[in-house]
Design a protein around this ligand. Structure first.
Ligand SMILES: CC(C)(COP(=O)(O)OP(=O)(O)OC[C@H]1O[C@@H](n2cnc3c(N)ncnc32)[C@H](O)[C@@H]1OP(=O)(O)O)[C@@H](O)C(=O)NCCC(=O)NCCS
Length: 200
């Protein structure tokens, strides 16, 4: 497999490529199939949020002028009151650590909503490249996200920790059911990468 190239998508290009992104999401996360239509709706709504930025990683196309096969994608936006995830997490942080704590993390936050790499392309640095490029040059003070928390380390959590992100909430149940999540946050710009073995 050739090294995938990263490309930024504007809102229209993102909406046009929802289906290929959904296929990467399905391969990476293996969600129940009936969740995919709802995920499409959520992603389309996210594209209208302020400060939206999306990146795809695609193989070089064999056909000039055509897009290559997607190997990964990521996107995020500025978190503001009135957004479901923002308000749920803000409230949980406020209950846990007080108003200042919630404000510190959420008042000027960049939310990474999705980051996925096809299983056959994982473990070759693509997830790290996507995350770094997504956060590069952002003007927000913090980066925040949620990721599955099965009670043990995951590749995603290892990646986030390696750029300075820490657990803000663990074993967190979002309203509406579903598995437990960790909410993680870090300061922007992201810390230069340190491997797990060299971080304290
Ligand atoms: C999480 C994910 C995006 C990482 O992408 P990736 O291309 O596989 O990761 P990279 O090769 O860039 O590795 C980055 C770091 O992730 C961690 N990591 C990656 N694979 C790992 C594994 N199998 N076990 C433990 N840590 C791992 C390591 O910290 C690694 O850093 P290193 O350079 O010290 O090895 C990808 O594994 C994925 O799509 N997973 C399934 C979907 C998912 O969980 N998405 C995140 C939702 S929040």
């Amino acid at each position: 497999m050739k090294d995938p190239k990263l490309r930024e998508l504007d809102q229209r290009a993102f909406l046009r490529r929802l289906n290929p992104m959904l296929r990467v999401y399905a391969a990476a996360m293996r969600p129940p199939g009936d969740q995919l239509p709802g995920r499409t709706t959520i992603m389309a709504r996210h594209a209208r949020h302020p400060g939206f930025r999306a990146l795809v990683a695609e193989e070089p196309s064999r056909v000039p002028g055509m897009s290559g096969r997607l190997q990964g994608f990521t996107y995020g936006f500025r978190g503001v009151p009135g957004q479901w995830w923002h308000d749920v997490v803000y409230d949980a942080l406020r209950r846990r650590g007080g108003l200042d704590h919630a404000e510190e993390w959420m008042a000027d936050g960049f939310e990474v909503a999705e980051l996925h790499v096809r299983p056959e392309a994982q473990g070759r640095g693509l997830g790290r490249r996507l995350l770094s490029a997504l956060c590069e040059g952002r003007t927000e003070a913090t980066v925040v996200l949620s990721t599955l928390d099965p009670g043990a380390e995951t590749p995603a959590r290892g990646l986030y920790r390696s750029v300075g992100m820490t657990d803000l909430l663990t074993d967190f149940a979002f309203p509406g059911g579903g598995p437990p999540y960790a909410v993680m946050g870090g300061a922007l710009p992201l810390r230069a990468y340190r491997s797990a073995s060299s971080s304290s």
